[in-house]
Ligand binder design. Structure first.
Ligand code: MSP
Length: 509
């Protein structure tokens, strides 16, 4: 069976991880865990983009070799993955031998097919973006936009990939495969970009100017342009070039909107097409986080450190917040006030309190054992019906990457359990001497436990440890799949609840 193969972008090794990197990993992890829960065999790849001028310069600044520099950055990014409980199956670094080999094989194959030629370049170059500039890149007043940094005029020989001859093919492909990019409006942006003629892509840099890269197999005086090298990581890790077809083509490349055009939507499909390799099935393009309304940047010092937040509020709270707050595809703003609002009202009150209340009541009224349900009045029926609707919606929304909505539905269900607790008021039933009240008390505890069990399972992809914890507190072994585990069947009857735990403690000031 072919795996569901999903990848993140590989992060640049020239800085420390921030909220944008963390978000992309969490989003991809949520998709991966959701697919596993649905029974797919998933292969999840993330990694680090280590070549290029910026890395070489950052290493020089610190007085270490580029490889040493990358090794220490790799540790930081890998720690980010571990700390955020990211379930990646592989971590690729573009300086690994397996990757260099695949890049060189790929280039040699294009070269042998006559898709690469040598030619002169006279024009402008941005070292910061490692990019040759064109007239259309200028501002209206003729100056160069700030993002290019220092722009210099150069004249040199380089190798070019015949990108332009695939323009019409790509336009046709995108028109035929309307769901290549999620969300769809992004695909229109690519088609808009393709209205202008494409230039061939310069895929080399002379070693005299940049040494830190993968040598071209057919001319050792040059290294590979960093994007050409980086994109191939997805193929390297799949094993496709060595004949393993169990993963490639990728099902989704998850990327931010800034690297869709031209890298992922133009260069990458054309590179593969030219090499006769199947295209990835989809790109999943997410938006950008701003921080309290402003663009995050190192110079203004407003980058959000995801690990500080995870330390302070717990990893799952961080994962919950970014998934709940961002409508995949749109941009979103991060502020500590909004984080605290959701933490307090949704996680600590709606969910955390409900779990401790149930534990308290079961401990006091039924000797710590979840009782049987014997009554089904309207209140019980309503909750059960609501669950059937909710679980259907949650799965459907998650399949369409509407995770923020899926969480909203789940929390509406959790709030309905809370209302049920108030309606039934088990603490009153426990004091009552009336016939039938004992059965109603036991039923209400069983219903609350069942609702919580089910809610905790669908929260699993977003909050894996919280989900496991709740299931254990309800006396059961955590389950890894949805299927019949999402059926309302009171399977907790007779289980003993765990020690009282505060899932979401009040944060220290
Ligand atoms: N190295 C390239 C990607 C090569 S993929 C073959 C790169 N690296 S990056 O470190 O700059 O970005 C990594 C990912 O993080 C990208 O998908 C990017 O869009 C995402 N984000 C970076 N800043 C972001 C935000 N502020 N918000 C959300 N995601 C952002 O590009």
């Amino acid at each position: 069976m072919k795996s569901f193969y999903i990848t993140t972008a590989i992060d640049y090794a020239n800085g420390s991880p921030h909220l944008g990197h963390a978000y992309e990993k969490v989003l991809t992890d949520v998709v991966a865990r959701f697919r596993r829960a649905k029974g797919d065999s998933v292969y999840f790849l993330t990694g680090l983009d280590e070549h290029g001028q910026k890395v070489q310069q950052s290493a020089e600044k610190q007085g270490v070799s580029p490889q040493e520099f990358c090794d220490s950055v790799a540790e930081e990014f890998q720690a980010l993955c571990r700390n955020l409980n990211i379930s990646n199956d592989d971590y690729i670094r573009t300086t690994e031998a397996r990757h260099k080999q695949v890049v060189r094989d790929f280039q040699q194959s294009l070269f042998d097919k006559g898709e690469i030629y040598k030619g002169p370049y006279n024009g402008f170059y941005s070292a910061r973006q490692e990019q040759f500039l064109q007239e259309r890149d200028r501002n209206e007043d003729g100056s160069w936009p700030e993002i290019f940094g220092e722009v210099s005029e150069i004249s040199e020989e380089n190798y070019y990939f015949k990108l332009s001859q695939y323009q019409d093919w790509l336009i046709g492909y995108l028109q035929e495969n309307e769901d290549f990019i999620f969300p769809r409006f992004r695909q229109k942006q690519v088609l808009e970009f393709l209205k202008e003629p494409l230039n061939d892509l310069c895929i080399s840099r002379p070693k005299s100017r940049l040494a830190w890269g993968i040598s071209l197999p057919f001319d050792e005086d040059y290294v590979t342009y960093v994007w050409f090298d980086a994109l191939i990581n997805y193929l390297t890790a799949s094993g496709f070039m060595e004949g393993d077809t169990s993963r490639w083509p990728a099902d989704y490349h998850v990327i931010g909107k800034d690297i869709m055009v031209p890298a992922h939507s133009i260069y990458w499909p054309i590179m593969l097409k030219a090499c006769d390799i199947p295209l990835p099935k989809h790109l999943l393009v997410h938006g950008f986080w701003t921080s309290s309304g402003a663009k995050m940047s190192k110079s203004t010092g407003n980058t959000v450190n995801p690990l500080d937040l995870a330390d302070k509020f717990g990893v799952d709270s961080f994962r919950y917040f970014v998934t709940r707050e961002m409508n995949v595809g749109q941009d979103s703003d991060f502020s500590e006030e909004q984080f605290l609002r959701r933490y307090t009202s949704e996680l600590a009150n709606d969910l955390g309190n409900l779990v401790s209340r149930l534990q308290n009541m079961v401990t006091r009224y039924t000797d710590g054992v979840i009782p049987a349900a014997s009554i089904e009045d309207d209140e019980e029926k309503d909750l059960k019906t609501l669950w059937a609707e909710t679980s259907g919606k949650v799965v459907h929304l998650a399949e369409g990457f509407q995770f923020h909505q899926a969480l909203e539905e789940t929390f509406q269900f959790i709030r309905s359990i809370n209302r049920y607790v108030e309606q039934r008021a088990p603490w009153k039933l426990a004091k009552s001497e009336e016939a039938g009240d004992r059965a109603l008390l036991e039923t209400s505890l069983a219903v609350i436990a069942e609702g919580l069990r089910l809610a905790s399972i669908v929260l699993g992809p977003v909050m894996p440890s919280t989900s496991d914890k709740i299931q254990r507190l309800l006396g059961s072994e955590p389950v890894q799949t949805f299927s019949d585990n999402l059926v309302w069947d009171f399977r907790l009857e007779g289980k003993s609840v765990g020690e009282k735990t505060i899932l979401f403690p009040r944060p220290e000031k």
